[in-house]
Each structure stands twice: as C-alpha cells, then as structure tokens.
Design a protein around this ligand. Sequence first.
Ligand SMILES: [Fe+2]
Ligand SMILES: [Fe+2]
Length: 651
Amino acid sequence: MLFARQMAICVHTQLSDQLPPYLLGPLCRNLYYFTDPSEFESVCHDKHPVLAVPSAVIPVIPENIFAQNRGRLVEFSDGVRTVSPYSYMALPINISSDLAVRAVETSLGAIRSDLERHTLEHRLNISYEDIRKITEVGQALATEKSFDKLIDLIIERARELVDADGASLYLVERASNQETPTHIRFKRSALQLNANEFRLPIDKKSIAGYVALTGEELLLADVHRLQGNTDYTYNSSFDKMHNYHTKSMMVIPMKNHRNDVIGVLQLVNKKRIPDRELTLESMQGSGVIPFNENDIEIIRSVAGQAAVAIENNILIDDISNLFEAFVKASVTAIEARDPTTSGHSFRVAEYSISMAEAVNRVARGNFSNIYLSSEQLRELRYASLLHDFGKVGVREHVLVKSKKLYPEQVQNIRWRFQYIRKLFENKMLREKIEAMKNLPREAWDSLEQKLEIELDQKNREVEHMLAAILEANEPTILEEGSFDFIQRIAAMQFYLDGEGTKPYIEPEELYSLSIRKGTLDDKERREIESHVTHTFNFLSKIPWTKDLKGIPRIAYGHHEKLDGTGYPLNLEAPEISIQTRIMTIADIYDALTAWDRPYKKAMDPLRALSILEEEKKQGKIDGEILDIFIEKKIYEKVHELKRGQEQVRVI
Ligand SMILES: [Fe+2]
Ligand SMILES: [Fe+2]
C-alpha cells in the first residue's frame, strides 16, 4: 500500500492512556494520539485504510479530514489542549507498506522510551521534592512548642505530602502504673477541626484501634469494600453526618524509640488531582485514588518524626507539671510554718499575672513597647510563687511574732507579777501575825482592816502595771505617757529568795516593749528582711532553663523601692525590672488587705489603694502599673479569691 505525502497517520494505542498531559507536547512531533476510543472511531471509520501495527491500530485518513477533526480530537477530559500542526507522519511517496509499518513501530518505540524517561525523571523529581518536604516537616516538628499546634502541624503536613483530602490523629492514652494502654484518643481531624475528642478501645474492631493494637500499616483502596477477612470495619457515621464519602485510606502507627505505638495517623481519600477540591460525586467516582507504597514510605517517615516530637512535647509537659507541683508543695510547706501567711504567695502570683496581662493589652505610655511573652509570664509566676521562699531561713518564733514580747516572755511577766502579789500578801500576813503577838485582841480588827485595804491597794497597782505592760505589748504605736509609765515600772524592784533584788521588767523585755511601731526590734526586723536574700540564694541554686533564668533576680527585688529606699540592695528605678515592679505592688496590696493579721486588722481595699497611691506620689512604686491595677480593677478580681481562705500576715 502506498501513501501520499498529504496523508496523515493517526494512532490509537494503549500507550496513549498512560500518557500524562504534560508529556503530550513533546510526543506529538510525529504522531497524533487519541485517548478516547470513540473519538478515534468517529474519525477513522471504515472508509479509510487501516495499517496494522502489533501495538497499535493505524488508520490512514486524508489530511483534510484530520484537519477538520483535529481540535475535537485533542480536547482531553482534564482540559489540557495540545494541538500540534505536525501531528502526522510525513512519509516519502511510494513508500512500501513494510517500511511504513516499520516507521510507525520505530516511532512507537521512541515514544515508549521517551515515556519511560519522562516517567523516571518525574519520579525522581517527586522523590527530591518529598525529601525536601519531609525535612521541612521534621524541622517544624522539632521547633513547635505548643502541643495543639504540633498536632495540627502533623496532620496538615502529612495530608499535603500525599495529596490526602483528610487526616486524623489518635494518641494512645497513657496508662498509669505501667499498665498496658487500653484506649486511643481522637485528637484532631483536618476535615473537622472543631471535632470533640473521643476515645476508642485498642482492639481489632475499629481501623485505628487495630493499627494501635497490632502496629501494622494499612493501605485500604476502598473502606467500603474491605478485602479479605478483616476484623475491623469502617464506621461510616462520620460520612453520614458530614455528607462525605471516605474511600481510600492509609493508616500508619506512630512509634517511639522503644517501638511502642504512641499514636495513629490516618490519611483519607488520596486526590487524583491534588489541587482540585473533591465533591461528593468525585469522591464516589474517579476523583479519589488509592494511596500507594510511595505514600506509605513518606508517611512512615513523618509518623516517626511526629512520634518523637509528641513524646518530647509530653516529656516537657511532664517536667513542667512536676516542677509546678513541686513549687506549689514547697510554697505550701513554707507557708505552713506561719499559718497566718497561708495563700499569700499564690495570691501575689495571681495579682502579678493579671497585672502583666493587662500591661500587655495596654498600648500607651511606657507600655507601648512592652509585651511580656508567655515565657516571661511563666517566669513572673514562678518568681511570685517563690518570692518569700527565703522565710525558710528565718527563725520560726521571729516569723510568727505577733506582739512585741514573745508569748513565753509575757507568761514570765505574769508569773512575776503573781509572785509580786504574793510578796505583798505575805508581807501583810507577817504584819498581821506580828500585831497579834504584840497588840491586844480588840485592836486586831481595825489593824486587819487597814492591812487589807493596803494589800488591796497594792494588788490594784500591780494589776494596773500588768495591764499597762500588756497594752504596751500590742503592735500599736504607744502614747507618750504610757511609755513613761512602763519605764517607771521597769525601775521598780522586788526581792527574790536566793536571787536578790530583781526588776519588775527585765531590760530585754523593756527593750521589746519600747518598739515604736509593729512588733519587731531592729535585729528581728533585719532577720525578717533577710528572707529576700535567702530567697535569692535559694533560687540561684536552681539550674533554671534559659526561659526562667530571670526568676532569682525578679524575686530578689520585691522589697526594693524605685526611690532607692527599699531593701536589701537599695536599688533605684532603672535597676528594677517591670516584672519586679508588678510583683511589688501585688505584694504590698496583699499585705495590706490580708485579714486577721495578728498585729493589724485587715484593711479595706480602698484604703489599701490609697496607701499605694501615696507610695506612688512618693516615687516608691511604679505609678503606671498601679494605674492599671486600679483602672482594670485587678484588685477586685483577685479579691474574690481571698474569700473563704485563711488570711495572711505578709512579710
Ligand atoms: Fe510577700
Ligand atoms: Fe517578702
């Protein structure tokens, strides 16, 4: 059979089904391919001769017919148009049919090689791309600190990597006491972000439960047509509820370094065209294809990294919880030494964090450039909880001292005055006996009466003195005249058998009673104030992480004043951090408003605020922070916290 130059050869071959759209351009140099047999037949009808080639059916049609149909023939279902003006073979005139067949076969062979090369190149490119994406995922997982964001990241990246429409993640619930876990917990789905968590038993009934139990990977082409004798079944309630059609599925266990399954990653509906959104029809039709071995490789790698990231995150959380519990237990133990301060540190922490969060929200004045990160807030919280931890270094009787004299000193004075009373009584009785010996009987009555009046007088004087001492013992400021009286009492003496003369008030008792304000003398005050240094020394011994290394310094400054009049370092404003300034206000406010303090009644919040305002005016505390404390009514919010709690005495 001979072919003229103007004759076109059209080929319909099995190969054309395998040709991805992007390969059509280069392959259409010599031959034109149909992808739809019916199109082929409509053009190449019986009238035209057919050239038989082993792997193709080749009709020979006049070029004008080919030209008329060209546009239609190259319209592919996915919209890619590749019209080539040279889509025919140009053969010499008078070519023999044998040669024509060989020419076509050679062309088809070249096409096969081309196809293979392009396919391999494509797969290589995909592998490079996969490796790049997997590496990126690994980096992202290693740096994500928030647990929820980490879970989202794993789901989202896994989904993207294998063109899945949906992804879900289950975590094995950690059992206490090393028992074998019995349940997995659904954490999150890429399809339904607000879905509630739920539990599934680890058994062979559900797909995720099966994978968690066996550690096997599952590749399911169609969950509605499960192959073989499977114990698990697909639960289609999600599909029904959300008008969805789950078809292909890949389920991979997430294993830790001990090879324990810690979670399950489930990918749903691999898209045939990655960027195209699936409709219910396309899910049920050809829009969804099965996951393949390459997908398993990729997700296996992601699941491994995800397992490590999740375990790390859980470990960090565990350490954090452990530390939190340890801090709380320590603070509770320290405050137990002085029940009157119970709850103080926790409230100071609450006040401080509320103030810091309010500072973050305020965009004015000095605060416009200040934002305390979540790490800094955590640092402030621990510093607040531990700010008075140094009380551990203060002797307990000083710590709880509620009067100028210690209770045993008061008891001593009481015994002493009782003894003095007995001395007077004794003296009176002696005089009485003497009188009885020396005076006539009729003089006894009047003498006894006189002596008793004198004794009564003495007793009242002693009572009066004791009452004055007890009054002076109170932490209130003494009136001038009262203290003169105490000094006069101290100058009085009595005789103690075997000991000689003794003062009514011992010098150290007088020293304590002469305290002008509060209950502490200078030495005791210094001892109490040393709690700040003990706090610093104690906190400095803890190997804080980078995020928390500021804790000792923040706590160290909680009794400093901006004008340099605080202690222990007499720091001034530029040296005092915002965290410390916040905590100082919280500490003072809680000290003032604490209820039932032994030495002072609880102060009304408004009165406490006016005292803080006074400190602000004197430049002792940060005025802007105090304004926020008052404006945002932070004191009120936390005040609620106090009700029903034991109240404190704050140092
Ligand atoms: Fe305090
Ligand atoms: Fe303190």
